[in-house]
Structure formats: structure tokens, C-alpha cells
Design a protein around this ligand. Structure first.
Ligand SMILES: Cc1cc2nc3c(=O)[nH]c(=O)nc-3n(C[C@H](O)[C@H](O)[C@H](O)COP(=O)(O)OP(=O)(O)OC[C@H]3O[C@@H](n4cnc5c(N)ncnc54)[C@H](O)[C@@H]3O)c2cc1C
Length: 416
């Protein structure tokens, strides 16, 4: 297999000397034992240098990708390189589902949970919350298993790859379900801000898409389960006349079906269908999480800097995420709202926009998405994680020599 050279958006050329694709777990364990500096790459969809290393990059693409459903335990165990796109159709065919999904299905599941990747929904935690157990090849090459309820578990699921190579995950299942997706256009901004809880609570999963201009929020995408009814209008928003793209006015090709047509969970919860996303990225992304209670004030703060944002902005998405207890989760300790920004692929244009955004959100102590772009210094990020010291101690136990550390982790986690 060829050398791993870039992340998906091609912003970061990896400095790694070599790429490795072990064919089985013993070969992977031997590689880990022999290699002084190592990072694991999932699908490389992270936008910053989180995967980079001056040593070796390891991919699990050459390993078997087994999917083992335990109907009695209501769990599935998957091998480390498995993607949501590979897993979901198999689960669905067997009558099972995951409780939620991100906007596209192309990530490896380990890569997604390692950075606290999320979907939306007031009652939905991020995707790491479905992990019931994980197997990690640690720095010695030995396999450590951690299960939910054990002392280190909450530190090990959202790990940013700092503890070792996750070679298997066990995930909670729910019975398969259908979703109806309905899109509403042009919601008055003040009505959305004034009724934020009611708007975001109006579906199992709900995304707002907007350009922060004019007096309108462009779109609301409601993803409803059986028993939920699409309202005739949504806080002044009108039902879309046809299929919509998240980017206002763009061709909706590749998006999951809308117009209230029922479909299976994995073909409605993401915004993009399986196979719709190109292998090379077409945008940059940033995302910041603030406490749910601060959402209306944060929305007004972002709106106030719209002129600084516009040169860089493709579209913004607003989602809600239930709080959790994972030590490095961006949703740790409180329900939160995520302000996402799809951005033009030009760092010179994006950087000033992010600086303006971060200044506007500063009063709300934003946590940046671990896998996206941000300019915040470590001194602004580290104090937002009350269990950071505990995570450092956990990493030191599993990886005393820092084999899995890189510049990104040194800066934002270890403060080196
Ligand atoms: C088009 C697009 C849409 C997106 N939509 C969303 C969204 O809806 N919600 C959201 O929250 N984020 C979203 N993201 C961000 C994305 O979910 C994260 O960047 C995620 O981490 C990507 O997973 P990956 O498999 O590409 O992992 P990578 O980017 O390759 O790696 C991420 C981290 O996981 C670690 N890792 C990967 N595999 C292993 C392993 N086997 N063992 C140990 N560590 C491992 C890596 O070392 C790294 O630290 C989006 C990104 C893109 C490009």
C-alpha cells in the first residue's frame, strides 16, 4: 500500500518517515514494540496536525474488519479500521442500529470516537457514548481491555490516539429505526434565538444551517423518529419546496433524502449518503462548543462579527449535544451546543475569520473540536478540561516514553 502523505483536506502534509499497514494483530504488536514514535491514522478526516508524527504512521486498513453482533448483549464488536459506512448496512440488515451518526459516514469509528465526534439531538450524547469496551495495543505491544464502569474507561475512549492503537471497539446497539427528514427554509433569526430550546427540541436530531447574514437562519433539518410529526411551519420557517443542500442554493446531489420520506436510520441521520463524499477534501472546517445555556448569547455574538466571517464561510451548522463524563470530551460535564463552520480551502482567508470567531466566543469559554481547525492557544484550551491531569497520568501509565505523543498532543494535552 502507498505512503500516507496528507490529511483528507490536504492542508497538512504529514512529516512521517514511513507508513505501515500490518496484516494481522501480532504484526501490529511487533511494529508497536519496535517503533519509537508512532501515530495511528483513521480515515484522515481531521483537519489539523492531530495525526502527524516525525516517526511512523500506522493504518489499520490492511487488517481484517470483522463485525460481530451479540444480540443478547445488544452490542457489536468491530475491528479498529472499520468505518460507519461499512458497519451501518450490516447492522441494519440484522435489525440493529446505532443511536446516532455524524454528518458523513466515512470516518473510522475509532477515529471518530477518539476526537468526540458527534451528531445532533438534545437527548443524544456524542458518538463515544456508545462505546462499551475497547482493546488497546499499548506501548509495550500488549493488549489492554477496558470496559465501561472500570476506573480508566472514561479517560480512554476519547483519547486522541494518546494511549495506543485501538484494535477493537464494542458498541451499544438499539433496534433499527426509521427517520423522516424534513427541511424548513428561512427561519427568522430572532425567533430561533428567542426560542432556541424549543427549536432544537423539535426533533430527535436537528441541525440549523446558516450564513449568519440578513435576519434569517437559512435552514432547519429535522430528523424525526416514529411518533414525531413534522409541523406545518417551524418558528416562521417554511417547508422546503424540494430537496435542499446544506449550502443554500447548491445542488443537493449526494444528500440524504428529505421531504419527510421515511428511510432507514443510517440513510437519514447523516447529511451525506454513503459513497457521496469525495476522497479528497473540498473544504476546511472549524467547530466550537459552548454550554447549552449560552447558545442564544453566543449566536448573537457570532452574528455581530458576520462581516469578518463571510470571506471564509461556506456554511455554518448548529447542533446540540448532551453532556457526558469522558475526560477529554468536548461535551464533558454539561449539555452543549456546537457551532460548526465549513470554510474555504485557504488558510490565509480562514485564519483571520477564526481569530474573530474565537474573540467573539471567548466570554463563553469555547472548547474547539479536537479534529478541526482553531487558533486558540493551549493556555485557553487546557483549563477547560477538569480531568486533564488524570488523563496525563493515564497516558503516562500506558505510554511512559511518549511513543504515541506528537506535537499536537504535546501542545494541547501535555503542555510541553
Ligand atoms: C466532511 C467532514 C464532515 C465531518 N463531520 C463531522 C460531524 O458531523 N461531527 C463531528 O464531530 N466531526 C465531524 N468531522 C470531523 C471528524 O469526525 C473527526 O475529525 C474524526 O476524528 C475523523 O475520523 P477519522 O477516522 O478520519 O480519524 P483521523 O482523523 O484519521 O484520526 C483522528 C484521531 O483518532 C486517532 N485514531 C484513529 N484511529 C485510531 C486507532 N485505531 N487507535 C488509536 N487512535 C486512533 C488518530 O491518531 C487521531 O488522533 C467531519 C470531518 C469531515 C472531513
Amino acid at each position: 500500500m502507498h505512503k500516507i502523505t496528507h490529511n483528507w483536506s490536504e492542508q497538512f502534509a504529514f512529516g512521517a518517515l514511513s507508513s505501515h499497514f500490518p496484516a494481522d494483530i501480532p504484526a501490529l504488536q511487533e511494529l508497536v514494540r519496535q517503533t519509537p514514535k508512532l501515530r495511528v491514522a483513521g480515515a484522515r478526516h481531521s483537519f489539523n496536525d492531530i495525526v502527524d508524527t516525525p516517526g511512523a504512521i500506522l493504518s489499520l486498513r490492511g487488517l481484517e474488519r470483522r463485525i460481530r453482533i451479540d444480540a443478547a448483549a445488544r452490542t457489536v464488536t468491530v475491528d479498529g479500521g472499520t468505518t460507519y459506512a461499512e458497519l451501518c448496512p450490516v447492522l441494519d440488515a440484522a435489525g440493529w442500529a446505532l443511536f446516532n451518526l455524524p454528518s458523513i459516514p466515512d470516518f473510522t469509528i475509532v477515529g471518530a470516537v477518539s476526537t468526540a465526534t458527534h451528531g445532533s439531538g438534545d437527548g443524544n450524547r456524542n458518538l463515544a457514548s456508545s462505546v462499551a469496551a475497547l482493546d488497546i495495543v499499548t506501548a509495550t505491544g500488549d493488549i489492554v481491555q477496558l470496559r465501561r464502569g472500570e476506573p480508566d474507561f472514561d479517560g480512554a475512549v476519547v483519547s486522541l490516539g494518546a494511549l495506543g492503537v485501538v484494535v477493537s471497539l464494542t458498541l451499544d446497539l438499539v433496534p433499527r429505526f426509521d427517520i423522516r427528514q424534513s427541511v424548513y427554509h428561512k427561519l427568522p433569526f430572532d425567533d430561533v434565538v428567542g426560542n432556541f430550546d424549543a427549536v432544537m427540541g423539535s426533533a430527535y436530531s436537528l441541525s440549523l444551517f446558516t450564513h449568519w447574514n440578513g435576519d434569517l437562519v437559512d435552514q432547519a433539518w429535522l430528523k424525526q423518529r416514529e411518533g414525531e410529526t413534522a409541523p406545518p411551519t417551524l418558528f416562521g420557517g417554511q417547508p422546503a419546496p424540494g430537496e435542499s443542500s446544506p449550502v443554500w442554493g447548491k445542488d443537493p446531489a449526494g444528500t440524504t433524502a428529505q421531504q419527510g420520506v421515511a428511510g432507514t436510520w443510517y440513510d437519514r441521520l447523516p447529511h451525506a449518503r454513503i459513497g457521496a463524499i469525495p476522497a479528497i477534501g473540498y473544504e476546511y472546517q472549524a467547530e466550537y462548543f459552548v454550554a447549552r445555556a449560552d447558545a442564544p448569547a453566543a449566536m448573537r455574538a457570532i452574528k455581530a462579527i458576520e462581516a469578518a466571517l463571510h470571506p471564509a464561510l461556506v456554511v455554518s451548522e448548529i447542533r446540540t449535544i448532551k453532556g457526558d463524563e469522558f475526560w477529554l470530551s468536548t461535551n464533558h460535564g454539561a449539555d452543549s451546543v456546537g457551532f460548526h463552520f465549513s470554510l474555504v480551502r485557504d488558510w490565509a482567508v480562514v485564519r483571520p475569520a477564526l481569530l474573530a470567531l474565537e474573540a467573539a466566543l471567548a466570554p463563553f469559554k469555547p472548547r474547539p473540536h479536537w479534529g478541526k481547525l482553531y487558533v486558540l492557544p493551549p493556555s485557553a484550551v487546557m483549563p477547560l478540561y477538569p480531568r486533564l491531569e488524570a488523563f496525563r497520568a493515564l497516558a503516562a501509565r500506558h505510554d511512559p516514553a511518549g511513543k504515541f505523543r506528537n506535537t499536537y498532543l504535546d501542545r494541547f494535552i501535555f503542555g510541553a
